[in-house]
Design a protein around this ligand. Structure first.
Ligand code: TYD
Ligand code: MG
Length: 455
């Protein structure tokens, strides 16, 4: 093992110092010095030393060994870009308790089965017995699945040499420490050093590595930019505390499309895939209740139908309130103002609540029109037609604006049995749109949409 020493490197200007300093002597920035390992006996390459790299013609570079491992979990395979690439490093981030360990334990058993090679699950947070108990609860068992509780980088390396896994899970990267660094576990120096080492092993031995990362309070993974740059793929597992669904989102993927989304549900026996999320989100819908409209949003490349509910009730205070749950508060204010000024709804003395059923966050403006229609439906106490979906962005003049990816949205609505759809009337017309037996009702303004939607 090479003898190592550490230096402190400023992340802002690159100045190095032998000791920790709160303020960089180079650029004067505070808290930018990060401890970094450096080998003291790194070979200094002279002019005659042989080069290790060699440029080659593009078609001559072999791609064998890059065949993906099949992942028998369709929703995970989708966000990975169709399977797990050998030698890849995937970061799985998310709030504590959201289900990262559960997801990866399930995935490692499936991978051990499908590859027929050892999978090593390294936990720094739970004992082997705890993991075994969880596995029993999840009904997981596999001869090729190895579990170890370890936080020391050296020791983990030793285990990988011994077991030679094809897939490895590090749960979590924040617990891994290297003795050469004096900083504590979870610090930027430790996390970055460990991640760089893991990437090195992955590239040299071909083991596919999953790194679990806890999201810090600020919403970013510790050492955010450094870590995201080091790994090939970044996935986030997200969801609401009081709701069972979990979304696995890819925000970076060197081997596939980003912004793919996998949908799971947390059940008693672990995470269960949800192949038809729209059905899940519409499962408890009360047809013909006033104040409800169906929006078609996009999660990545995937259309998703969600129910928007609104309730308007007479305000007992002089200050009518607007409460948004799952929809953007400022958009709710805008839509309320448009309804009041352009549609003539008397909501200036009413409290307005709007929420997305199921706890989903809908940030897309494409859901605007559904919010507007739901509010109007509640104010007028008339339900929206049960077989109608609503798509469109609302502008300040009360106009309805076109949204992206309309064809996929329409197809999903048709697939779920919707017969009519409110759509922005665009100059290009609606002729090329797939209707799949659905009647398209083009509307130019919110006022028009409200008239067509309510029964
Ligand atoms: P966990 O995977 O430990 O979260 P993370 O690794 O992201 O911190 O999941 C913890 C939560 O999941 C815990 O609150 C209980 C719940 N859970 C279930 O509901 N069903 C299950 O089968 C399992 C294993 C966990
Ligand atoms: Mg965990």
């Amino acid at each position: 093992m090479a003898k190592t020493r550490t230096r402190w490197v400023c992340q802002n200007c690159g100045r190095t110092t032998p000791r920790y300093m709160g303020r960089c002597p180079g650029c004067g920035e505070w808290n930018t010095m990060v401890e970094t390992v450096e080998s003291s006996d790194q070979p200094k390459r002279g002019p005659s030393a042989p080069l290790r790299s060699q440029p080659r013609r593009l078609p001559e570079i072999e791609t064998e060994g890059l065949d993906r491992y099949p992942v028998a979990m369709e929703e995970l395979a989708r966000v990975l870009g169709g399977g797990l690439v050998p030698g890849s490093v995937t970061l799985v981030g998310g709030d504590p308790g959201i289900g990262k360990s559960t997801l990866l334990l399930q995935a490692s058993a499936l991978l051990a089965q499908s590859t027929g090679h050892p999978v090593l699950y390294v936990s720094g947070e739970e004992s082997a017995r705890q993991i075994r108990m969880r596995a029993d609860r999840l009904d997981i068992t596999n001869e090729d699945l190895f579990v170890v509780t370890e936080t020391d980088l050296e020791a983990i390396h030793h285990h990988t040499e011994e077991i030679k896994p094809h897939v490895m899970i590090i749960d979590s990267i924040q617990t891994v420490t290297c003795d050469d660094l004096s900083s504590s576990a979870g610090s930027i120096s430790q996390v970055r050093h460990a991640a760089t080492q893991f990437r090195g092993w992955a590239k040299s031995s071909g083991v596919a590595i999953f790194l679990v990362g806890h999201v810090t309070k600020k919403g970013s993974i510790a050492g955010p930019k450094t870590l995201e740059h080091i790994v090939d793929t970044v996935l986030y597992l997200e969801g609401e505390r009081f709701h069972a669904y979990r979304l696995l989102r890819s925000v970076k993927n060197r081997f596939g499309a980003t912004s793919e989304v996998g949908v799971f549900e947390m059940r008693e026996r672990g995470l269960v895939e949800v192949p038809n999320p729209s059905e899940m989100f519409l499962a408890e819908r009360m047809v013909n209740a006033p104040g409800s409209a169906i929006a078609v949003t996009m999660e990545g490349t995937r259309p998703l139908l969600v129910e928007i509910q609104a309730l308007a009730s007479h305000s007992t205070f002089g200050h009518p309130r607007r409460t948004a749950n799952g929809v953007d508060y400022n958009r709710l204010l805008l839509i309320s103002a448009v309804l009041s000024r352009r549609v003539g709804l008397r909501i200036f003395e009413q409290d307005v609540f709007a929420s997305v059923v199921g706890g989903l966050q809908v940030q897309e403006p494409a859901a605007d029109l559904a919010v507007a229609v739901a509010i109007a439906s509640s104010v007028r106490d008339q339900p929206v037609a049960a077989d109608m979906a609503v798509i469109g962005e609302v502008g300040l003049s009360g106009e309805v604006r076109t949204v992206s990816q309309t064809p996929s949205r329409l197809r999903e609505a048709a697939r779920l049995g919707f017969k009519r759809c409110l759509l922005p009337r665009s100059l290009r017309g609606t002729d090329e749109l797939p209707t799949d037996g659905m009647t398209i009702i083009p509307v130019r303004s919110v006022a028009q949409a409200v008239e067509k939607a309510l029964v």
